[in-house]
Design a protein around this ligand. Structure first.
Ligand SMILES: [Zn+2]
Length: 427
């Protein structure tokens, strides 16, 4: 099947704009710009009416089913927020709740241009199936957790994590399974090392929280004699890369370790501000040559899954913190939200629009008062555009969101099941 998305303007990896069509054969981009030659087979033409085609956004750190607990515990500091507000509700969740929460989050992400998410949450089989059913790309994981340094609590968790990576299958190929440890403080060294050893066979980047709060960072130094990133690296967990969320308190040495391991830091500016965690030193990390991606975190600490908002905040806060308007330019922020996230998640075939890449993109309607005049496309996307300007989202050449409609999701049923799950959880 060929799809010709005509009359668009296409954002290229060099941040230039090419007028003309983007042609998709199956799930791949086969042509950008120019004149489309006659085609014998099945072909559908979609008129984009002058809108901008940009790479699908990559949410490199999220807990999608936390749509179910959106806003819960607002105003509490991180540890109290987790222990008093979030964990008691999460303890009641079932696979059905996760399916409903993920599908609801997928709808929010597709409507705001996100095509790929790194998802860390309970019941990843149910979550992974929900992503696959909707057609969205996701890196899912069984979260490596341990509440004791000496015993495996809960028992069997390390085996579950390894079995999940080995056994998870998605016939669409859009959802993959990765290893994950929640954090240095919520797992034991034995589990970290067990997952690192198992990953020698799979060679996957690993998902983890690191140095989110000053307290966590300092306690790790006291407990292990090293920072969370150094500790995970020394255990071998980052030997095949990683996507390390927050890194608010990461040091220059941590940046060097992450770079050497090919691991990316994932910046979550809204979550870090809402939970009062601090400002990650993102310009310093980039200057050190460390890859930095962008994420929303869960929408109980955000409280949405809107990467346009994250781009906007990331581009602004570092200029304010550094008192330097040249800090973190708009183009660097767009790369964080697209190609850097894709590479961090071990997906080198998405995150940029070029011939031979997967057809993962969103279409942004620039025929809006707040987008005119458009003197600089990067500035417009990062400072002026809103998530609601996204009119279409395409994954592997398949249209998953189209002007408020979801061709792969029964939106009415999704809302019914989401409401039922929220009620069941007593919220
Ligand atoms: Zn998180």
């Amino acid at each position: 099947m060929r799809r010709v998305f005509s009359n668009g303007r296409v954002l290229t990896p060099s941040h230039a704009v090419v007028d003309g069509p983007i042609v998709v054969d199956g799930d791949w981009i086969s042509q950008i710009g120019g004149v489309v030659a006659p085609f014998e087979g099945a072909c559908e033409t979609i008129d984009l009416k002058g809108a901008l085609v940009m790479p699908g956004l990559v949410n490199a750190h999220g807990h999608t089913a936390m749509t179910l607990v959106r806003g819960v515990g607002g105003g509490l500091p991180l540890q109290r927020w987790l222990e008093e507000a979030i964990f008691p509700v999460e303890a009641k969740m079932t696979p059905e709740d996760i399916r409903a929460g993920v599908t609801w989050g997928v709808m929010e992400m597709l409507a705001s241009g996100t095509t790929l998410v790194a998802d860390m949450y309970d019941f990843p089989q149910a979550g992974g199936e929900a992503f696959a059913a909707a057609g969205m790309k996701a890196n899912v994981c069984r979260v490596g957790l341990c509440f004791s340094e000496t015993d495996e609590v809960p028992p069997g968790r390390a085996k579950e994590c390894i079995d999940f990576v080995r056994d998870f299958k998605d016939s669409t190929g859009r959802v993959v399974a990765d290893f994950c440890v929640h954090s240095e403080y919520l797992t034991s060294e034995r589990i970290v090392r067990a997952l690192a050893e198992a990953n020698a066979d799979f060679r996957r980047p690993v998902h983890a929280h690191v140095s989110e709060t000053e307290k966590e960072h300092r306690e790790c130094l006291a407990r292990r004699g090293k920072t969370p990133i150094a500790y995970l690296a020394d255990c071998g967990l980052l030997d095949h890369g990683g996507y390390l969320a927050h890194a608010v308190w990461a040091t220059d040495d941590d940046f060097a370790v992450a770079r050497a391991k090919g691991a990316a830091l994932v910046h979550n500016p809204t979550s870090n501000m809402k939970l009062g965690s601090g400002f990650a030193r993102i310009p310093a990390a980039i200057a050190a040559g460390t890859r930095v991606a962008l994420g929303t975190d869960g929408c109980a600490s955000n409280d949405n899954l809107n990467l346009f908002e994250e781009m906007h905040l990331a581009a602004l806060i570092h200029k304010g913190v550094a008192k330097d308007p040249t800090a973190l330019p708009a183009g660097a922020v767009l790369d964080m939200a697209t190609v850097n996230g894709a590479k961090a998640l071990g997906r080198n075939d998405t995150g940029a629009l070029a011939v031979g890449m997967k057809a993962d993109f969103c279409v942004v309607d620039f025929d809006k008062p707040h987008l005119k005049p458009c003197l600089d496309i990067m500035n417009a996307l990062v400072y002026s555009a809103q998530a609601s300007d996204v009119v279409m989202t395409v994954v592997d050449g398949e249209i998953l969101y189209d002007h408020g409609e979801y061709p792969t999701i029964d939106a009415g049923r999704a809302e019914f099941e989401f409401r039922a799950a929220v009620k069941r959880l007593g919220l």
